[in-house]
Every structure is written in structure tokens, then in C-alpha cells.
Design a protein around this ligand. Structure first.
Ligand code: ARG
Length: 588
């Protein structure tokens, strides 16, 4: 594993050195380097520096230029405008850089973070005995991408699926099951996810009906909650049946999503049951929480209800019951003190932002969160229908996640089938690719908008072959594979002595930026930065194809150079998509 210093970093270093030797006070000043259309890079940092040093920016820029040696890496540097520097890189440096990335098969030269920490990420958290909806889709898709991204940068990642598996509604379900035994017994029979969900749904509806119509059942159900909280064995066993049945369903959806969720990482609300008393005691003893109207509450000066009174976070209700806040506060203690997290990340709907704001602030006051351990909610927006309103079926009920995924796969399969003859795909390949394209399309659409924003769920757009879609990227990848198969060459060699065309340079310089983009996307929890990068990569590839023949290149050396360039592009697409949880079929 040899990481490759990017051209940006090389140029950055040379500029910083030149700045420092021109002006002593410029030591450590950022030259503000960015990619540019005019040259390869532009540096704008001299303007601010000149202002501070009361110097003429153009003169200062000219002095800095005289300190830069051109030749090996930097082809040319010139002053432009009010005092910018335009920098051009040598063809040789570009080709050598690409060859070095190409040699590192696993990481393509991408370094690991200098100071990795431990992130506990809370994502993919559906609720027991309930259908998953599109909100759960977002949490799973964004969370899974962040897990891959963070792990790739060297972070230790602990996954936590905080499923809703506790609470008063279980009293009703358990009581019903107790009075109608056998309803969740399958003997040896294997139950599909769909069957499991329909069993749960049937039970839920029947229990609800009884609960609403039969006062005595209602009383029995309420008493059952007390048994559950006390850990009474028979009650717990019935509860476990609901959890197990639900997991059959969850896993079937996650499998459809082509996502690995591990049972050991599912630690739901129930998992913190033993900590709740102590959490309350600690908060009360430290004065962070206080009793108000019989409930244990935490108050915030800036959080008020419509009546102007402060709205508290209720950690323990006046009847002694614990809610969502107590569980989340206990989970924080577990994650910080047992799992030794340095960052807590929550991929949860923006509609829960007030809850997390209060929970995090409480944990800070208690000293569980501090400068060494931070917590952040990646608050995602709503998935909207084509009409711009929250996604609902025509009947006005929220859309079942599975139906949505099935439809995406169906559409994608017909897109794949249309082209299958030309590429020579077998029926099995059509089916597999239909899945990869359909699920990829759903994931990509979700990941390519910044998470906080709402987005429209539009399958037609998602499986479109042109535009910013995963299919477009998957085709770009498959097209390269087809060229490589035709070329039949083993590993192409780089020829740094060759001159590059504009399209080659543009593609090469973009490939060089992969490291930075991955690091930024991981650091800022922003997978959309990676999708934007990959889309641009595919677009630059298209331009390159239009202008530069690969198999029919002028010389054998040029052919090899170009094969290396497209192969590295393919690997970058493959790795980038894998980090987003999206497959890249070899033939499409
Ligand atoms: N189960 C919750 C829901 O469906 C999401 C849980 C979020 N995570 C947490 N630690 N509270 O809305």
C-alpha cells in the first residue's frame, strides 16, 4: 500500500515554499490553490497576503513566480489578473502520477487519514412490527455509504442499528399473542420477509382492534407493559417472537437493497434497558435534570413551546416510564464509555432534530460529550413524490419500501434487456444487472443530493441512461471493460515521455483528485461530493472517447498510455461506486 502524493499537494507545497521564501510572514499562509479552466490550477492566496503586507499584489506575485523552479512538475507559472497565479503541470508529471496510482490496486494511491478515530454510526433503524418506509431507506442508504467511506479512510467504525423494539405498544401485541398462541409459530417452515411482515401486520391490526373496543383487554395490555419492563420471562419470550419475526422482514429488505447488515450490530432501544435507572440517577445527582410535575426533565433556555414556556426533554415520565430520550442518553453513555467512540454520528430524519439537539446538549452538560467526543445528526430531508408532496400512494398511504424497490428493479431490467442483445448478456446476467442497475439507481438518487435536502422520487429519471444517474456511470464502466477485453493486453505500461492531448490531461488531472474528494466526502459526511466527482469523471471520459482513439491510437506507446488511462478511470469508478454501495457490472 503506497499512497500517492497528489499533484495538487505537490504544487501546493512548492507554492508555499515560494511564498515563504519571498515573504517571511507568508510562512504557513494558504496559497488557495484550485483547479481552473484557464490553466491547470489557479492560486488566489497572494491577494490577501499582499493586502496584509501592504504590498502590490502583482509585484508580489511576480516575486513569488521567480522563486518557483519549473521543469519536472510545473511546466509554467504566470501572473494573471490582479495577482493570481496560473499554473500548468507537465505532461510527464501527470502520466507518472497516474502510473503510480495504477500500481496501487487496492487504494489507487489514496492515503488513509493521519489521525483516524472511532465513529459509532447510528443508521438503518426500522421499528419492530412495523412496515419500513422511505425514510428508513434514506437512513440505510446514506448510513451504509458513510460506513464504507469512513472505513476506507482508516476510521474505526462501529455500526449501531437503533431499532424501535421497546415501548408501550408491545404490551398490546404481547397480550394478544398470549391470548391467541401459535400465531407466530412456523415450526420448521421458512418464512419469507413478505410473509413475516404480513403476519406482523395481521397481528397488529387484530390487537389494535381489540385494544380499541375491549376495555378489559386494554387493562390486561397495560399490565403487560409492566411485566415487559420487569423482564418477566414469559412476556420477554413473546416479545422476542415479535423481534425475530421483524428481523426476518428487515433482513429481506436489506438484502434487496444489496446491503450487509449484521445481526450483532442491531442494538435496539431494548438494549439499553439496564442503563436507564442509572442514566436518570446521574442526571439528577449532577443537577442536569430536575423533577417537574413528577417527571424528570431537562430544560433549555432557547427551547420554548408556542405558549412561551420552556419545553423540557422528558427523561422519565411522571408514571415512572422511560421514553425515547432516556434510551438515547443511555446509548450515548454506552457508545462513549464502552465503545470508546470519538465521534457519534446519527443518520436520522430531520424531523427528529429537536430531539437530538436536546439529547446532545443534555449529554454535554453531563460531561459525556466534550471536546474529545462529538455528536452529530446527519439530518436528512424527505423523499417527495413527482408532485413535490411527501411520497404517498394514490390512496394516500405511505409507500411500501419493498414495492418501490421492486418497481425500480423492474424498470431497470427492461432498460438492461433492451440493450442485452448487443452486448450478449445471458438471461441470468440480465436479471443480475437489472438488480444492480435498479438498486443502484435508487441509492444514487438518494446519495447525489445533499442529505439535508428533500428530493423527488422519480424512477423515470433515475434509470435514464443520460444525465447524472448511476446507470450512466455503470455504462461508462462497462464500456471501458469492453475496450479492455478487446485490447487483450496484460497491464499496460505508462509512457511519461509522450505528449498528452487536452482531453487526456483533463481526465488525468481529474483522476488525481480522487483522494481529496474521498477525504472531503468522509470528513464532511457528504457522499454527494463523491457522486458529483464520479459523474464528472464519466463525462470527461465521454469527451476523451470522442477525441482520442484508444485501440486505434497512432502508436503502440500511445495505445498503452490510453489503456492505462481508461483502466484507471474504470477502477476509480468501481472503487468510488463501491464506497457508495453501488455495483458496477462488467458487461452492460
Ligand atoms: N427507529 C427510529 C425511527 O424509525 C429511528 C431511530 C434513530 N436513532 C436513534 N438513536 N434515536 O424513526
Amino acid at each position: 500500500m503506497t499512497s500517492v502524493t497528489s499533484l495538487t499537494d505537490l504544487v501546493h507545497q512548492r507554492l508555499s515554499d515560494a511564498l515563504a521564501s519571498t515573504l517571511p510572514e507568508a510562512d504557513g499562509v494558504d496559497p488557495l490553490l484550485r483547479r481552473s479552466d484557464r490553466a491547470d490550477f489557479q492560486a488566489n492566496g497572494i491577494l490577501a497576503l499582499a493586502k496584509k503586507a501592504k504590498a502590490n499584489p502583482r509585484e508580489l506575485a511576480t516575486q513569488v513566480v521567480s522563486q518557483i523552479t519549473t521543469g519536472e512538475v510545473i511546466q509554467d507559472v504566470e501572473v494573471s489578473g490582479p495577482g493570481f497565479l496560473n499554473i500548468t503541470i507537465t505532461d510527464r508529471a501527470i502520466t507518472e502520477n497516474l502510473a503510480a496510482r495504477y500500481a496501487d490496486e487496492a487504494r489507487l494511491g489514496v492515503p488513509v487519514a493521519e489521525h483516524p478515530g472511532t465513529t459509532v454510526i447510528d443508521y438503518a433503524q426500522p421499528n419492530v412490527a412495523k412496515e419500513m418506509h422511505v425514510g428508513h431507506l434514506r437512513s440505510a442508504v446514506i448510513g451504509d455509504a458513510l460506513v464504507q467511506l469512513l472505513e476506507f479512510t482508516g476510521e474505526s467504525v462501529v455500526r449501531r442499528h437503533h431499532i424501535g423494539d421497546w415501548g408501550t405498544q408491545f404490551g398490546m401485541l404481547i397480550q394478544y399473542l398470549d391470548e391467541h398462541p401459535g400465531e407466530l409459530d412456523h415450526g420448521d417452515a421458512q418464512v419469507t420477509g413478505e410473509e413475516a411482515m404480513s403476519n406482523l401486520d395481521r397481528l397488529y391490526k387484530a390487537a389494535r382492534k381489540l385494544f380499541d373496543s375491549d376495555e378489559e383487554f386494554k387493562t390486561r395490555a397495560r399490565l403487560r407493559v409492566v411485566d415487559l419492563q420487569a423482564g418477566e420471562p414469559k412476556t420477554l419470550a413473546a416479545w422476542q417472537k415479535f423481534v425475530d419475526e421483524s428481523k426476518i422482514y428487515f433482513f429481506s429488505v436489506f438484502e434487496k437493497l444489496d446491503m450487509e447488515i449484521r445481526d450483532a450490530d442491531i442494538v435496539g432501544e431494548s438494549g439499553y434497558n439496564d442503563m436507564l435507572d442509572e442514566t436518570c440517577r446521574l442526571l439528577e445527582e449532577s443537577g442536569v435534570a430536575e423533577i417537574s410535575d413528577g417527571a424528570l426533565c431537562v430544560f433549555f433556555d432557547d427551547i420554548k413551546g408556542p405558549d412561551g414556556n420552556r419545553t423540557p426533554l422528558i427523561v422519565r415520565k411522571s408514571d415512572g416510564g422511560y421514553g425515547y430520550a432516556a434510551t438515547d442518553l443511555s446509548a450515548i453513555r454506552d457508545r462513549v464509555f464502552n465503545l470508546k467512540a470519538t465521534s457519534l454520528l446519527y443518520v436520522v430524519d430531520v424531523r427528529q432534530s429537536l430531539h437530538f439537539k436536546m439529547v446532545f446538549e443534555t449529554a454535554r452538560r453531563a460531561g459525556w460529550l466534550n471536546d474529545d467526543v462529538s455528536a452529530y445528526q446527519l439530518a436528512f430531508g424527505t423523499i417527495l413524490g413527482k408532485d413535490g408532496k411527501p411520497f404517498k400512494t394514490r390512496e394516500g398511504v405511505s409507500v411500501k419500501l419493498e414495492d418501490l424497490l421492486d418497481e425500480a428493479v423492474q424498470r431497470a431490467t427492461s432498460v438492461v434487456r433492451d440493450k442485452a442483445g448487443k452486448v450478449g448478456l445471458s438471461e441470468q446476467e440480465i436479471v443480475d444487472n437489472g438488480r444492480y442497475v435498479g438498486i443502484g439507481a435508487v441509492k444514487y438518487a438518494d446519495l447525489s443530493t445533499s442529505a439535508v435536502r428533500d428530493y423527488k422520487f422519480d424512477l423515470d429519471q433515475m434509470v435514464s441512461l443520460s444525465g447524472d444517474t448511476s446507470v450512466y456511470l455503470q455504462y461508462a464502466y462497462a464500456r471501458i471493460q469492453s475496450i479492455l477485453r478487446k485490447a487483450g493486453e496484460a497491464r499496460p505500461l505508462a509512457h511519461p515521455e509522450l505528449e498528452l492531448t487536452g482531453a487526456e490531461r483533463a481526465l488525468g488531472l481529474h483522476l488525481d483528485q480522487f483522494s481529496e474528494v474521498v477525504a472531503d466526502a468522509a470528513k464532511e459526511y457528504a457522499p454527494h461530493k463523491l457522486t458529483a466527482y464520479l459523474y464528472q469523471l464519466a463525462s470527461l471520459l465521454t469527451t476523451f472517447y470522442d477525441q482520442c482513439p484508444v485501440l486505434q491510437a497512432d502508436t503502440q506507446e500511445q495505445r498503452e498510455n490510453r489503456l492505462l488511462l481508461v483502466d484507471l478511470t474504470a477502477r476509480t469508478l468501481h472503487l468510488g461506486m463501491a464506497l457508495l454501495g453501488i455495483r458496477t457490472p462488467e458487461k452492460l
